[in-house]
Design a protein around this ligand. Structure first.
Ligand code: QUE
Length: 357
């Protein structure tokens, strides 16, 4: 029986495993329960001959997935500071991210809406993502003093030029045409054609190693042109300003560049947690040329440092998601006051460290 009240739905039909994120009122933000269900069902689907590919989608027509249930994490730190919920959430989420990255069958995301933060970890590491006109991507974590996790250290480092650094530090949003240009999604299909996409995938033959090519062939007749991307005209500025060793250097380059675009990026970064900007740039540096598994170990350590009571993360969640005053009081207030020791504290081994054998 399919329980349509559940936060996440799993259904096998026409040789496909269909996973539906089902918290539409919370934009399908990921709870520990949803993640735990994934790690219960996905290993079964991975070895079940009745499942030839997995399709992931979000319920409600607005979001694929807005991220993690960060309000829960903030609540636990306040009400039960010694609780294990913050540890379990990130640990189990990253294990799922890694399962998707290594999944033995095609992992196909139908991204018909908001795809941010933790949602990106469910889509971008798979075989093939399809965006619609409702698609909206971002890694917005520096606004809540987190960092672009769920494998951000892996995929952002593989984007063209300094695009990954730009997306990580500013939380810049991409629509389908830009995400397609950047390689974050593999195809554009109008929302109204997604039913036909599922039918085409059900009719397809997937055997052997899952590759984007095999999925592309199956959906070729449904794919459309999303229009002109905006990123190509921005890439010179992005590469010039966001290729730097330090956040201060990026700020200096944007000030030297001047003009409307550079001023806008300075304003946006001025609202972010200074500590978060610095740990994020350090994350990308440390994760460059590392295996997916090494990246998840680094990010797990970072996540646990961010979950310690008193971290900027809790003020970020309060200001952006709970009180919604959009005026976080981050400490330190300035980049200059963020010491190398504060940054290094996010990269130390932790108790019950996350390693993949
Ligand atoms: C940065 C983030 C998140 C965010 C906003 C940011 C994030 C996240 C959500 C979110 C949005 C709507 C919900 C919800 C969570 O917003 O990770 O439960 O209903 O999950 O600026 O990282």
């Amino acid at each position: 029986m399919l329980n349509t009240e559940a936060e996440i739905l799993f259904e096998v039909r026409d040789d496909l495993g269909v996973m539906t994120l089902n918290r539409p009122k919370a934009l399908n933000a990921l709870s520990t329960g949803m993640i735990r269900e994934m790690e219960r069902v996905l290993p079964v689907w991975e070895s079940d001959p009745a499942v030839k590919a997995v399709i992931v989608q979000g319920a409600g027509g607005k979001a694929f997935c807005a991220g993690g249930d960060v309000a829960f994490l903030a609540r636990e730190a306040r009400d039960n500071p010694t609780g294990t919920g913050r540890r379990d959430f990130f640990r189990e989420e990253y294990i799922v991210n890694r399962r998707i990255y290594r999944f033995a069958k095609p992992w196909i995301s139908l991204v018909d809406g908001i795809d941010m933060g933790g949602g990106v970890g469910l889509s971008v590491h798979g075989t093939y993502s399809i965006a619609t006109e409702k698609f909206l991507f971002a890694m917005p974590e520096t606004a809540i003093a987190l960092f672009p996790d769920v494998g951000g250290g892996y995929f952002l480092n593989r984007l063209p030029g300094a695009l990954g650094v730009f997306l990580a530090l500013t939380g810049h949003r991409l629509k389908a045409a830009d995400a397609l240009w950047a390689g974050i999604v593999q195809a554009y299909v109008p929302s109204e054609k997604l039913v036909a996409v599922t039918a085409a995938l059900a009719a397809a033959n997937f055997s052997g190693t899952p590759t984007p090519r095999k999925v592309a062939t199956a959906v070729a007749s449904l794919v459309e042109d999303p229009g002109e991307p905006t990123l190509p005209a921005m890439m010179d500025d992005i590469d010039r300003c966001f290729s730097a060793e330090t956040v201060e250097e990026i700020i200096a380059k944007l000030k030297a560049r001047g003009g409307e675009w550079a001023e806008k990026q300075l304003t946006i970064m001025g609202r972010m947690s200074p500590l978060s900007l610095k740990i994020t740039l350090e994350q990308l540096r440390r994760c460059a040329n590392r295996s997916f598994e090494d990246v998840m170990t680094i990010e797990y350590r970072m996540s646990q440092a961010c979950m310690k009571p008193g971290h900027d993360f809790f003020e970020g969640v309060r200001a952006v998601l709970i009180d919604k005053d959009q005026k976080p009081k981050f400490t330190p207030t300035t980049l200059a006051e963020v010491t190398p020791a504060m940054v290094d504290d996010h990269f130390r081994p932790v108790d019950n460290d996350l390693f993949f054998g």
